[in-house]
Design a protein around this ligand. Structure first.
Ligand SMILES: *[C@@H]1O[C@H](CO)[C@@H](O)[C@H](O)[C@H]1NC(C)=O
Ligand SMILES: *[C@@H]1O[C@H](CO)[C@@H](O)[C@H](O)[C@H]1NC(C)=O
Ligand SMILES: *[C@@H]1O[C@H](CO)[C@@H](O)[C@H](O)[C@H]1NC(C)=O
Ligand SMILES: *[C@@H]1O[C@H](CO)[C@@H](O)[C@H](O)[C@H]1NC(C)=O
Ligand SMILES: *[C@@H]1O[C@H](CO)[C@@H](O)[C@H](O)[C@H]1NC(C)=O
Length: 433
């Protein structure tokens, strides 16, 4: 009996003895990416360290994007680049049903017997034919408050795009990082690589924010842990909203069920059909987008919303001034107070699946400063035939923590972190390794 603890220890030593594989067998609980706003295009960008030798590839952060795609035409050099064979497991995971031939000398992006993809520039709505590929990606792990060790994903699936597809993207970027709900969206691939929860959270800001993949906590300086998110179901749009897509594919974008929009306590009159996703056409509903700088509302919603806001602003003696494109409702800052949550303007409420689950939008997320003394309601008109009736855009997301739980199909939101005395620029990027 007395000897059994010793035997046990020997066994433990055998199993856990340090070896050269200790480094690679470190299994992170969560990963992180910095997400930085490009001041000229108002797009959000991140950096994916890819290839051998590693290259920091700056790419546009696309919440609803199907996959990672990069320009393989120009400067793609890597000794670890691989092409999956047609009909292989990788091709089926990528949802590809085409097999390509390339009549040029072989190079990354030009292989035979490799499955085809459809890289999509979701900013301009342009897609082209590409091919799927695999390569190494390195990414920082996190314990929730700082970046930690760098970990490697040897075979990350991505789509090879073309140089012309970069048109319209932020300067210096070479593609787009799709965070959508597809199997090969980055959140699903990161989760599969390290067996953590298929969950991620995003905190955008006007400078450098952060995205977390896997488990929390989410901690911002000065030591504030963001928890107690309100949640609502993530909805599936059965019809893809991409510029081009394999037939029958559902949307990789994140839809939620906004059931009403209120300004203070007044409900904006909206045709209820517009707020639902039409299952046969995929039109309607509400999605969350990082490629739209401002929330886009279908015209009838936009007009009703703006006029109610203008009416309530007038009731508070806020002086309307001439429009400043792309906005229509602009005001002088003269009679507008300033609070911790931004300009003191009528509060906007997005009512979700139940009347007590409400996303509250205060001045910091509703009013855009266009000059020293003019602010505009930061929402834009999406036209009468808008594909999606409400597209919640970047400015409304900034300094809010939003969480996407793909396993349980739930969307969580913090509302403004300014109310918790922090913001999304307050993540401590000092590495602890
Ligand atoms: C693909 O096959 C075609 C026809 O056999 C050939 O002409 C072409 O050079 C090949 N391309 C590559 C990239 O190997
Ligand atoms: C993360 O690691 C740093 C450095 O070891 C530590 O100071 C911090 O408290 C840790 N955070 C959490 C949430 O565990
Ligand atoms: C969905 O759209 C189609 C085509 O516009 C229309 O005929 C149908 O009535 C719509 N369905 C619902 C439930 O509104
Ligand atoms: C608006 O201005 C008018 C005239 O200056 C004043 O009488 C009224 O009290 C003000 N209302 C509010 C809500 O500040
Ligand atoms: C950020 O984290 C580092 C490493 O844990 C720590 O030394 C530093 O004090 C932190 N910065 C602030 C502003 O707290």
């Amino acid at each position: 009996m007395a000897s059994s603890p010793i035997i046990f220890s020997v066994l433990l030593l055998l199993i856990f003895s340090p070896s050269s594989s200790a480094q690679t067998s470190f299994r992170p609980k969560a990963l992180l990416l910095p997400v930085t706003k490009d001041q000229s295009t108002l797009q959000y960008t991140t950096v994916i360290n890819q290839r051998t030798p590693l290259v920091p590839a700056s790419v546009v952060f696309d919440l609803g994007g199907r996959e990672l795609w990069v320009d393989c035409d120009k400067d793609y050099v890597s000794s670890t680049y691989q092409s999956p064979r047609c009909n292989s497991a990788v091709c089926s995971r990528a949802g590809s049903n085409s097999c390509g031939t390339c009549f040029s000398p072989p190079r990354p992006g030009c292989s035979n017997n490799t499955c085809g993809g459809i890289p999509d520039n979701t900013v301009t709505g342009t897609a082209t034919s590409g091919e799927f590929a695999l390569d190494v990606v390195s990414i920082q792990s996190t314990n929730g408050s700082n970046p930690g060790r760098v970990v490697k994903i040897p075979n990350l699936i991505f789509d090879c795009g073309a140089t012309f597809l970069l048109k319209g993207l932020a300067a210096g970027t070479v593609g787009m990082a799709g965070m959508g709900r597809h199997n090969i969206g980055l959140p699903s691939q990161f989760a599969a690589a390290f067996s953590f929860n298929r969950k991620f959270a995003v905190c955008l800001t006007s400078g450098r924010g952060v995205a977390f993949f896997g488990n929390g906590p989410y901690v911002f300086l000065p030591g504030i842990q963001i928890s107690g998110l309100q949640t609502t179901p993530l909805l599936i749009n059965p019809v893809s909203t991409a510029s081009a897509f394999p037939q029958g594919e559902k949307s990789s974008e994140y839809f939620i069920g906004v059931t009403a929009i209120k300004i203070v306590e007044k409900t904006v009159p909206i045709n209820p059909t517009l707020l639902k996703i039409n299952a046969s056409t995929g039109f309607g509903g509400t999605k969350i987008s990082s490629v739209n700088p401002y929330t886009v509302l279908e015209s009838s919603i936009y007009n009703a919303f703006t006029s109610e806001f203008v009416k309530q602003a007038a009731g508070r003696n806020i002086t309307r001034v001439a429009s400043v494109k792309p906005f229509s409702a602009c005001f002088s800052t003269q009679n507008v107070g300033v609070t911790r949550l931004g300009y003191a303007v009528p509060e906007i409420q997005l009512v979700l699946h139940s009347n007590d689950v409400v996303w509250r939008i205060f001045g910091a997320n509703s009013m855009v400063s266009v000059s020293d003394d003019i602010i505009c309601l930061g929402f834009v008109d999406g036209g009468v035939n808008a594909r999606t009736s409400v597209v919640i855009g970047g400015f409304q997301l900034e300094d809010n923590l939003i969480e996407f739980d793909l396993a349980s199909n739930r969307f969580g939101f913090s509302s403004t972190l300014l109310g918790r005395r922090t913001n999304c620029a307050n993540f401590n990027f000092t590495s602890t390794t």
